[in-house]
Design a protein around this ligand. Structure first.
Ligand code: C2E
Ligand code: CA
Length: 693
């Protein structure tokens, strides 16, 4: 059984000194107690006294307040719920006794009846019960907090004693058993990650001082296994009447998973999923930082950017499939990383485009040197599906100065890369201002071409194709015309920008319409029309449907239409589309420009078409070098063995035509036969019905 506090602080409330005297007498005579008595004369005075002093118990005289004993007791208990109140009556009063109990009074004593021993006992019980109640209240708060989230740990920091109560769950969250002793604020802070500690202490202080209404803080805390976990700590101070914090009670929630997924999201937004390299966003950010650093330190130069594009990636992707293509990109990424210096960055912008940020490179020669190293590491074959593949890269180089904009440096390097690629693949080129002008010209041209397509500003020329032996006209090749711009310039541009889709459809419609008309002319029956189709057009979903629509709307015989597809565009998927065009639409194809270099005679095998067009470069060489003649002979022989006919392109002289006749080449096309004609001239030619040569 606990003893009375020593000394025991008693607040006696009696209307006057005379009424207070008997109570004081009793108190002094209590056994084993050193009462410290403060006397006040009203309930109001008692409330005021309790606000500034911690009393152990209040002895309230029934007639101390005009409102009566119970009302006075209620008032005191409302203001100071933590202090027990004992009511003192002058005589027995059962009704008052019961009312007092309902008001929360600890005991009801009658002067005259009560002995000093009984008073001591009553006070002792009242103090002990109050103490128990307040600790119950504290654990009630803990309990309430626990309800907020069953997985939360709880802590309760007693400010004055600096003891921190930690719930079993709190301890378990950090890998400890319940037996681990509770701690102090310092010991708690010690576990917090050094980077978070000061800020957490500050947040806690802000709440203690009242500057912040709540305490809430995300921080890392050390687990027993040595790792840090992310926790959200929340708490509220329990304050005394003056607003001073007595305790801070709070919870701890494990937010490690959320933090981890936030971190991952942030990482994903900045990185390429396939290779794990930084993406364009992060690359530009690093470039920006590098330039800013240069502004502060050495404004004469800062960094170089290498813009790299693989030369034969499309080939791998088309022939081995996307999985192999992906593997290749990952292998390339790893090789690029291997040539980096510590502060450099390599990024993947998308597709087969990579960029390198070379930190603190001021001399372009250094950048060139690194570009050469990059090309060397990519020169070794890549192992794909058990075979070695050679994949070169073209690299553009741009040097940033302190006043460059990151996007501009990247664009300049891109422009230089195009230059490198144009020259001959596998090269590198350094950006210069002339390139910029060229890019501007290209942009102008792109805009012009777009308008020409929209406003029907294009035209088609028709170049006759004749039977080599007789000169009889068999058909035409449709060639797109745009003002006086060379098709060799605007067609590749249309392919790069995707404009070739709209352009190609228009040419197809125009050529088919014209063919229908030509075939209705005298001598026009049986004429064919070759239409050029690029790989990009074949890769576009719905190509065959468009073809069918055009055939239907122009009412032209499908057998009379041929698709000219360059051998470089004959990837396996493109061949599938051509097979479908033949099967579903009845339209055949020609392999165009056959013999341009990368020719593979294997291409001819199972080609879903009916003719091969010999590249005009080989035809031109026939009279000059024996090699060309032999190659043309081989092509004609092989094509015939495979059941394909041969059309020779670019026949400019009678001599060339004679050679072709000797070799058994069926058809010829070229300036010697006829230049490309306007639609009117083509119609006139058909109507004459005489051989063109
Ligand atoms: P191509 O398919 O090889 O077309 C034949 C090119 O050779 C045409 O050039 C034609 O004018 C030219 N040519 C014809 N006979 C001779 C000759 O005896 N000597 C010489 N030196 N050249 C001759 P053009 O019209 O400038 O077209 C260039 C290329 O543009 C075409 O090459 C074709 O790839 C592309 N092209 C033209 N029209 C279209 C089109 O509608 N769609 C697509 N996708 N490409 C087109
Ligand atoms: Ca052609």
């Amino acid at each position: 059984m606990s003893a009375l506090p020593d000394p025991v602080a008693i607040l006696a409330v009696s209307a006057d000194e005379a009424r207070h005297a008997p109570t004081r007498e009793l108190l002094w005579r209590m056994p084993d107690a050193q009462p410290e008595i403060h006397w006040v004369s009203s309930a109001d005075a008692a409330v005021a006294a309790l606000a500034v002093r911690d009393e152990d118990v209040v002895l309230l005289d029934c007639d101390a307040d005009p409102a009566g004993g119970t009302a006075a007791a209620r008032r005191i208990l409302r203001e100071a719920p933590h202090v027990p109140v004992i009511l003192i009556a002058r005589g027995p009063d059962p009704a008052l006794d019961r009312a007092a109990a309902d008001a929360g009074v600890s005991d009801f004593l009658v002067l005259g009846d009560v002995t000093p021993e009984e008073l001591e006992r009553s006070i002792r019980y009242a103090v002990a019960r109050k103490r128990e109640l307040s600790s119950l209240a504290a654990s009630g708060e803990r309990y309430a907090l626990a309800l907020r989230g069953s997985n939360d740990g709880l802590w309760d920091w007693d400010v004055a004693s600096d003891r921190v109560y930690l719930s079993p769950r709190w301890k378990a969250m950090l890998g400890y058993s319940e037996a681990k002793p509770d701690g102090t604020r310092e010991a708690w802070l010690d576990r917090i990650h050094p980077e978070d500690r000061a800020a957490l202490a500050e947040a806690l202080e802000a709440h203690l001082s009242g500057a912040a209404e709540h305490f809430e803080f995300e921080h890392r805390i050390r687990h027993r296994d040595g790792d840090y976990r992310w926790m959200l700590a929340r708490g509220t101070a329990v304050r005394n009447a003056e607003g001073q914090p007595l305790r801070v009670v709070g919870s701890q929630t494990d937010v490690t998973d959320r933090k981890e997924s936030e971190r991952r999201l942030q990482h994903d937004a900045m990185h390429d999923a396939l290779t794990g390299l930084p993406n364009r966003v992060l690359f530009l950010d690093r470039l920006d930082q590098t330039i800013r650093r240069a502004q502060r330190r050495h404004p004469e130069g800062s960094a170089a950017v290498l813009f790299l594009d693989l030369d034969r990636f499309k080939l791998v992707n088309d022939s081995l499939g996307h999985l192999a293509g992906d593997r290749l990109l990952v292998d390339v990424a790893r090789r690029l990383e291997s040539v980096l210096r510590p502060n450099d960055t390599v990024a993947r912008l998308g597709g087969d485009e990579f960029t390198l940020l070379l930190d603190e490179v001021t001399d372009v020669r250094e950048a060139i040197h690194i570009a050469e190293r990059v090309q060397q590491t990519l020169a070794a074959p890549f192992e794909l599906e058990g075979r070695g593949f050679f994949v070169g890269a073209s690299i553009g180089i741009a040097v940033a100065t302190a006043d460059s904009l990151p996007e501009e440096v990247l664009r300049d390097a891109d422009v230089a890369m195009y230059r490198a690629k144009g020259a001959a693949k596998g090269r590198h080129a350094v950006f210069d201002a002339g390139m910029h002008d060229q890019v501007v010209r290209r942009l102008d041209m792109e805009g012009g071409l777009r308008r020409a397509i929209e406003e029907r500003g294009l035209d088609v020329a028709y170049q006759p194709i004749v039977q080599a032996a007789t000169g009889r006209l068999v058909g035409f090749e449709a060639l797109c015309r745009w003002a006086d711009v060379d098709p060799a310039e605007f067609v590749p541009l249309a392919e790069e920008t995707g404009l070739v889709l709209a352009l190609g459809r228009w040419v197809l419609e125009t050529a088919c319409t014209e063919l229908a008309r030509l075939r209705r002319l005298p001598h026009g029956a049986g004429l064919i029309m070759s239409v050029n189709v690029s790989g990009r057009q074949l890769a576009e979903p719905g190509f065959v449907e468009v073809l069918q629509e055009v055939l239907e709307s122009t009412a032209v015989e499908p057998r009379a239409v041929r698709l000219d597809v360059k051998e470089d565009d004959l990837s396996p998927p493109a061949r599938t589309v051509l097979e479908q065009a033949f099967r579903d639409a009845g339209v055949r194809s020609h392999i165009d420009d056959f013999g341009t270099g990368a020719s593979s005679l294997r291409l001819l095998h199972r080609f879903p078409g009916d003719a091969v067009k010999v590249w005009r470069g080989l035809v031109a060489g026939m009279g000059r070098d024996a090699g060309s003649f032999e190659i043309v002979r081989a092509i004609v022989g092989l094509a015939h063995n495979l059941g394909l006919e041969v059309i020779a392109e670019g026949v400019e002289t009678r001599e060339q035509l004679d050679y072709l006749k000797v070799l058994g080449c069926e058809f010829a096309q070229g300036f010697h036969v006829s230049r490309p004609l306007t639609a009117d001239a083509a119609r006139a030619l058909v109507e004459t019905g005489v051989p063109a040569v």
